[in-house]
Design a protein around this ligand. Structure first.
Ligand code: E4P
Length: 214
C-alpha cells in the first residue's frame, strides 16, 4: 500500500519524506489556504520535493473551467495529478483531461456508485473520504470495501486512495481491505511509530547497555 501525505505544508512534507513516508502528496484548497502562499508556488515546491504524484485541485465547477485549470496545473510539473470534485461536470472534465493524457484524481467521493463513475470516466485515482463519513455516523471503511469489490469485479485500473484518514486504525483497515493508497495527515504519520512497549523496551535496552563494560 502506498502512503501519501495529506498536506500542503512543505516542512511537514520534507520531514515525512525523510522518514520514507511520501509515495505521493494530496492537497486541497483548505490545506493550501493554511500556507498563505499562492497555489502554483505551493504545488511547484511540493513537486520538487517528491517524485511521487502530487494532487492539485481545481477551483472551477464547470467542465470547461475545470479542464482549462487542469491543463494549467498539469504544466507545473510532470508529477501533478489534477484533482477534480465529483459531479456531472467533473466527470466531463475527467474524460477530457484523460484524453489529453493528464492524470486525474476524483475527490469528494462518498458513495460506491460515485467511485464507479470516476473509474468509468478514466480517473487515475478515486478519493473516498472515510473520516467525513464516520463523522456523520456512517461506516466510512465500508465504502472502501464496496469500491474495492466493484473495481475487482470489472477490472478497473483506477487506484483507490483512502482519504480523510483520522487515525491509525483507519490505515490498518484500509490495508486489510486492499486500498491502493492512504493519504495521511502529518500528525497521524507521527503517531504510527508509537507503541508503549517500544518505549518500554528501548528504555530497558538503554539501561542494560550501561552495564556493558566499555
Ligand atoms: C484528500 O485528498 C483530502 O485532502 C483529505 O483527505 C480530506 O481530509 P479531511 O476530511 O480530514 O479534511
Amino acid at each position: 500500500m502506498k502512503f501519501y501525505i495529506d498536506s500542503a505544508d512543505i516542512e511537514e512534507i520534507k520531514q515525512a519524506n525523510a522518514m520514507g513516508m511520501v509515495d505521493g502528496v494530496t492537497t486541497n484548497p483548505s490545506l493550501v489556504a493554511k500556507t498563505g502562499r499562492k497555489h502554483e508556488d505551493v504545488i511547484k515546491d511540493i513537486c520538487a520535493e517528491t517524485g511521487g504524484l502530487v494532487s492539485a485541485e481545481v477551483l472551477a465547477t464547470d467542465a470547461d473551467g475545470m479542464f482549462s485549470e487542469g491543463m494549467e496545473l498539469a504544466k507545473l510539473a510532470d508529477n501533478v495529478v489534477v484533482k477534480i470534485p465529483m459531479s456531472d461536470e467533473g466527470l466531463v472534465a475527467v474524460k477530457r483531461l484523460t484524453s489529453e493524457g493528464i492524470r486525474t484524481n476524483v475527490t469528494l467521493i462518498f458513495s460506491p456508485i460515485q467511485a464507479l463513475l470516476a473509474a468509468k470516466a478514466g480517473a487515475a485515482l478515486a478519493s473516498p473520504f472515510v473520516g467525513r463519513l464516520d463523522d456523520i455516523s456512517t461506516n466510512g471503511m465500508e465504502l472502501i470495501s464496496q469500491i474495492r469489490q466493484i473495481y475487482v469485479n470489472y477490472g478497473f485500473k483506477t487506484e483507490i486512495l483512502a482519504a480523510s484518514i483520522r487515525h491509525p486504525i483507519h490505515i490498518l483497515e484500509a490495508a486489510l481491505i486492499g486500498a491502493d493508497i492512504v493519504t495521511v495527515p502529518f500528525k497521524v504519520i507521527t503517531n504510527l511509530t508509537q507503541h508503549p512497549l517500544t518505549d518500554k523496551g528501548l528504555a530497558q535496552f538503554l539501561k542494560d547497555a550501561e552495564k556493558v563494560p566499555q
